[in-house]
Design a protein around this ligand. Structure first.
Ligand SMILES: [Mn+2]
Length: 331
């Protein structure tokens, strides 16, 4: 599955206007992969017009990048006008925020380009799913499209690809060999690594600090076998609070948050936990937990998320049960 397959679908649909969509609260990998993809498409198919859009805003960090790289994101994209829709860094339609309904009804072909495991429901409605779980970021996948087309990214495109890769790999701590090779090429083509990394060095929001500290203070600790599981809840920054808990010593963390009837749970674990137990948070925990909460869940082996409806306590209880069941299975 390659860039040429995407072009094939666009040609078949006679698409003159293509909408590139990122997940809600778009992160640097989402907006940077969309930007690099948009630029590549412009070079290969200059007649096609494109627009990058998102359902519910972009993250603070992503917004900060717009000062350095000319990325334009429409916060109110016109879904009806699109003759083809490409989802980047997004593997379920549910992640599209305000756009969910319109996108699920569109007659336009939908293409997914992502490094998260393909979701069966999404596969059902997509014309093409380019999902590579081996890739460290969506920018890695888009970088391969450039290579496949034999096109060298220009300065801004190279910067964007570098930043997306750096963000999703936590400044390359989680990067695989393919990412390091790609980064080496990008540096060769003129990217200043230190300058790009500094674009992402933003002071933490006051409210995020508070959420992380509250998340730790409220944490319920459980020992299952030799594993420490931390369960907590905060009203915002669940993912950051979950990261904080694994940073300070929990092997697995689950942090819930509630707004009205809807509940959100972020899950994180250490590499050690994944490797020794074989548990994949996205597949084994978030997905069934999402179904239980009548919503959707998914993600990576070490980082996953769930959106659904229900109460915090019941959600976390079920989450713990799933963890225990999976641990028992893998003993
Ligand atoms: Mn990503």
């Amino acid at each position: 599955m390659t860039f040429n397959n995407i072009i094939g679908i666009l040609e078949e649909a006679k698409a003159q206007h293509v909408l590139l969509l990122c997940h809600h609260n778009s992160d640097p990998d989402a907006v940077c992969s969309a930007y690099a993809f948009q630029s590549l498409l412009k070079k290969v198919k200059p007649d096609i017009t494109t627009e990058i859009g998102t359902g519910q805003g972009v993250s603070r960090l992503a917004k900060n990048l717009f000062k350095y790289i000319p990325i334009k994101v429409n916060l109110k994209p016109n879904v009806d006008k699109a003759q083809a829709i490409i989802l980047l860094d997004t593997n379920t339609i549910q992640q599209l925020g305000d756009l969910v309904e319109k996108v699920s009804k569109t007659p336009a072909p939908i293409i997914v380009v992502d490094h998260h495991a393909a979701h069966p429901e999404t596969q059902g409605i997509c014309k093409l799913c380019i999902t590579n779980e081996e890739a460290s970021s969506t920018c890695d996948i888009v970088y391969n499209f450039y290579k496949e087309q034999n096109i060298k990214p220009d300065q801004n495109e190279a910067k964007a690809l570098f930043v997306g890769m750096a963000f999703d790999t936590r400044h390359f701590v989680l990067a695989n060999s393919a990412t390091f090779k790609a980064v080496s090429d990008l540096v060769d083509s003129g990217v200043n690594a230190q300058e790009c990394l500094s674009m992402m060095a933003m002071p933490m929001d006051f409210s995020e600090r508070v959420a992380r500290i509250k998340g730790c203070r409220r944490a319920k600790l459980l020992k299952v076998g030799n594993w420490i599981i931390a369960l907590s809840h905060v009203s915002a920054y669940q993912a950051s609070a979950a990261r904080a808990l694994t940073d300070i010593g929990a092997h697995v963390s689950a942090v819930a948050g509630q707004k009205g009837d809807s509940i959100e749970i972020s899950l994180r674990c250490t590499r050690d936990f994944t490797e020794k137990t074989g548990i994949h948070l996205g597949r084994d925990i978030a997905k069934p937990l999402g179904e239980y909460l009548k919503g959707m869940g998914g993600g990576h082996a070490m980082a996953a998320g769930v959106n659904g409806t229900g109460e915090i306590e019941a959600g976390l209880k079920r989450c713990l049960r799933l963890l225990k069941e999976n641990l028992a299975k893998n003993e």
